[in-house]
Design a protein around this ligand. Structure first.
Ligand code: F6P
Length: 326
């Protein structure tokens, strides 16, 4: 196995708070270990278009507290083609970059898997997504900050919901997973979370109304995970208005608010630990693994596991929510 002398770092897919802390940790740990580091802007698309520059320790000064990603990001269609990946490889060679750290969600890790197989490049992934939907890691970078942002917003909606005795459906992100909705509901004392993982098993709206929440509550907040399976907040509100016309229903979609903001301490620390671990992994000869955290310990998760295995929600949390929202 050839010795690694340089590393490129990029962020890809949806940005997530804490990505900057991860870029900083990758850069500084690599330089500390004697490697050259290259920042690649705009994700895989930037790799294709040669948006690459060498980083020094100062390139990542004062970014740990900033949301978004200083490297910018993109969802590159061109990288999904063999021609696009060939251009990307040429640019790596041109700069003498012999390994990569890719920070992103499942689309980014999927891209890394294909690229590394085609060109035999050592790549290590960092889970950067607010969705927390990658298997093999308890937490992804950005999830805690997004959860806190949701909490901040829902607390404020509760004030107006209870003043008017209204039922609010609040839609949160998560792609096809309910981590943000379920834990957001527990953190805010919401009455229910409607999540794709159990939508096929039970009619959650019927269950909510059937539980008699109107008798004891003067307002109700339901967190809804965005997904065609749940029907989203709009779909559920429409149904509730039709089936329960006596209810005063409102909808809030939190949207991209959830992706911004200064990362929490937890995300900064997680990103710093994972960024340093990515360089350790490359130097140890690891390839095609994503850095994960398992009970506070750093673990190496094969790419195939991270993107293909199910990451089930904790059913105990659903029970907890039901018990506490009576
Ligand atoms: O994967 C992160 C995420 O924020 C998802 O929760 C959401 O479905 C999606 O990205 C939104 O993507 P975009 O910013 O491209 O609209």
């Amino acid at each position: 196995m050839a010795e690694i002398k340089s590393v490129g770092v990029l962020t890809s897919g949806g940005d997530a708070p804490g990505m900057n802390a991860a870029i900083r940790a990758v850069t500084r740990s690599a330089i500390f270990a004697g490697l050259r580091v290259y920042g690649i802007r705009r994700g895989y698309q930037g790799l294709i278009e040669d948006c690459i520059s060498e980083f020094e320790t100062q390139s990542v000064s004062n970014i740990i507290a900033r949301g978004g990603t200083i490297l910018k990001t993109a969802r590159s269609m061109e990288f999904q083609t063999p021609e696009g990946r060939a251009k990307a490889f040429e640019n790596l060679q041109k700069h003498g970059i012999d390994s990569l750290v890719v920070i992103g969600g499942d689309g980014s890790i999927t891209g890394a898997t294909i690229f590394s197989q085609e060109y035999n490049i050592p790549i290590v992934g960092l889970p950067g997504t607010i969705d927390n939907d990658l298997a093999g890691t308890d937490h992804t970078i950005g999830y805690d900050t997004a959860l806190n942002t949701i909490m901040w917003c829902v607390d404020r909606i509760r004030d107006t919901a209870s003043s008017h005795s209204r039922l609010f459906f609040i839609e949160v992100m998560g792609r096809e997973s309910g981590f943000l909705a379920l834990n957001g509901a527990i953190a805010t004392g919401a009455e229910a979370a409607i999540i794709p993982e159990i939508s096929v098993e039970v009619d959650q709206l019927k269950e909510l109304i059937g539980s008699g929440f109107r008798k004891s509550k003067n307002s109700s907040i339901v967190l809804v995970a965005e997904s065609p399976i749940t029907g989203g907040a709009m779909g559920l509100a429409e149904r509730a208005r039709k089936e329960y016309p006596e209810l005063d229903v409102r909808v809030t979609i939190l949207g991209h608010l959830q992706r911004g903001g200064s990362p929490t301490a937890q995300d900064r620390i997680l990103a710093s630990r994972m960024g340093a671990a990515a360089i350790d992994a490359l130097l140890e000869g690891q390839r095609n693994v994503m850095i994960g955290d398992d009970d506070e310990k750093i673990v190496y998760v094969p790419f195939s596991k991270a993107i293909h295995d199910d990451k089930p929600i904790d059913r105990n949390l659903l029970d907890l929510l039901r018990r506490l929202s009576i």
